[in-house]
Structure formats: C-alpha cells, structure tokens
Design a binder for this molecule. Structure first.
Ligand SMILES: Nc1ncnc2c1ncn2[C@@H]1O[C@H](COP(=O)(O)OP(=O)(O)OP(=O)(O)O)[C@@H](O)[C@H]1O
Length: 269
C-alpha cells in the first residue's frame, strides 16, 4: 500500500518580489535556471522553461534523463537546489498549490485492499469533493478510462493497465487547472489510449494545462510543444512540426537523435 504522492511534506514559502502575481493569466509553469542534484550527481542542470496555460506540453527523453525529477520540481513536490519554480505565478514549493494540479505518478499510488470506487472516493474527498459532485465526477472519470464495470473490485485484483487507468481517473477527477501525467498510457491498449488522448486534447481546449512524459512517439507528436531532455538538460523545446522542420527528419525519434548529436552539451530553454 502506498500513497506517497499525498504524503509529501512541503514547505511554505512566501511569494517572491517580482514574481508575476499581478498577472491574471500567468503561465502555468515558469522554471528559471533550475538545478537539482542527488548524492552529488547533477540530475537537472540549469533548466529554464515556460509552459503557458492551456498548453499540452510533452517531456521526451531516455530513461534516467530527469523527466520525473523535472515534473516534481515543476509542481513543488520536490524543491530545487538552485533557481526558481512558479506555478500560476506562485513561488514553489507551496502547500496550497497541491489543489491546483492533478498528478499521476509513474508508480500507482493506490490502496490495494480497497475497491476502485473506494480509492476514487478517498482521493476525491482529499481534493474536497462533496457527495453529489464526488459521485458525478467519479462516474465521469471512471467512464473515461473504461473502468465503470470494475469499480467494485479490490484494486489488488486489477491488472497493471487497470491500475494505470484508475490512477488517471483519480488525477482527472477534481478537474485541476494543471494535469501532470508521468507516462500515463503505459500498459493501456491502443484503442483506449487514443480515446484518452482525445480527452486530454479536449481538456486543453477548455483551458487545462497538461504536462505529460512519454516514450511513445505518436503520443509525442500530439503535443503542442515538446521538451527533448537529455542528461538533465533540454536539447530542444519546440512544436513537433518545428522540430521536424529544423532537423529535416521525418519522425520525432530521428529528430531527437539528430538534435542530441548536434547539440551535445548545449542547453536550450
Ligand atoms: N530521490 C532520489 N535520490 C537519488 N537519486 C534520484 C532520486 N530521484 C531521481 N534520482 C536519479 O535521477 C536520475 C533521473 O531520474 P528520473 O526518474 O528523473 O528519470 P526519468 O527520465 O524520469 O526516467 P524514466 O523514463 O526511466 O522514468 C536517475 O538516475 C535516478 O536514479
């Protein structure tokens, strides 16, 4: 049993002078010269990035390149060693911002002995949803990930893909302004994956900002912009079309390899 994402201890921080607090439409995320090390090893190296509200932003990079670490810094789940992170104009980390985003971690944070319905109800209440709204949102989110018929089973009896789908439903349930999804479609079949991506697109059209990590290239191509990350640095941040045009490649995978070779050691923000 693990609910690690909900048990992080965050520190309060005061808004920084000069932070864009007066702007009614501040970017969803602003990272400025952010770095993070573990055990004297630099994992995120001086990264800057702005993600606008309503953007569908994809993070693409090899295993261990720092994607999960970066999204933890963007959300204030982890703190930077240097540099600053803002979400909707608020300096991170800040406890109250936990209600502004839905986070789907790579490892499912679910109670195995409870049913899918009980898990959804538990997290829904944590997010402050009350009876009627909670019921409605649970039904909507479960339908979206095709779990309606399995909600009464204990999660311990779910397949890996079903657990992923339940985690996604929980992240979607409180309709956050920002959705952060760490490899959301691993173990999900192609048909359902397509409908989940259609829903993600619709959410961004309604103003939700989505940040998603993926290894799946056809998913990467659906993003408004992609950040290609290698060894804790961006080697490129641009729309899929521009990345292809810039490299003359016919696929994002090839573009990633070409840019990695071309820009060895360089950082782009
Ligand atoms: N809390 C931590 N303590 C020590 N090392 C860490 C910690 N978190 C991440 N790392 C290390 O940082 C590196 C980057 O990890 P991260 O999970 O950010 O990569 P990733 O790009 O998300 O990889 P994947 O695609 O495999 O999920 C790895 O070498 C990992 O072992």
């Amino acid at each position: 049993m693990g609910v690690s994402k909900h048990s992080f201890i965050l520190e309060w921080s005061e808004p920084t002078m000069g932070a864009p607090l007066q702007n009614s439409h501040p970017p969803a995320i602003v990272l400025q010269d952010v770095s993070r090390s573990f055990n004297h090893r630099t994992i995120i190296n001086n990264v800057s990035l702005t993600v606008q509200q309503g953007e569908l932003f994809g993070l693409l990079g090899p295993s261990g390149s720092g994607k999960t670490t970066l999204i933890k810094l963007m959300t204030g789940i982890d703190r930077t060693d240097s540099g600053t992170a803002h979400m909707f104009g608020v300096t991170l980390p800040k406890l109250e911002m936990l209600h502004r985003f839905g986070y789907m971690a790579q490892s499912d944070a679910l109670y195995m002995e409870l049913s899918g319905r009980q898990n959804m109800a538990f997290f829904g209440k944590l997010y402050g949803l009350k009876r009627a709204a909670l019921q409605q949102r649970m039904e909507e989110a479960a339908g979206l990930v095709d779990l309606t018929d399995h909600l009464n089973k204990p999660v311990g009896a779910y397949s890996g893909g079903m657990k992923r789908r339940l985690s996604l439903a929980i992240a979607l349930m409180h309709r956050p302004s920002l959705l952060v999804l760490d490899e959301p479609t691993v173990g999900i079949d192609p048909v359902l994956r397509r409908s989940i991506w259609q829903e993600l697109k619709q959410l961004t059209e309604q103003g939700t900002t989505i940040i998603v990590t993926t290894h799946v290239m056809d998913e990467a191509e659906k993003c408004d912009r992609l950040g290609l990350i290698r060894e804790g640095r961006f080697i490129a941040v641009d729309s899929p079309a521009n990345l292809l045009a810039q490299t003359g490649c016919s696929s994002i995978e090839e573009a990633f390899i070409a840019l990695g070779t071309r820009m060895e050691g360089g950082a782009v923000s």
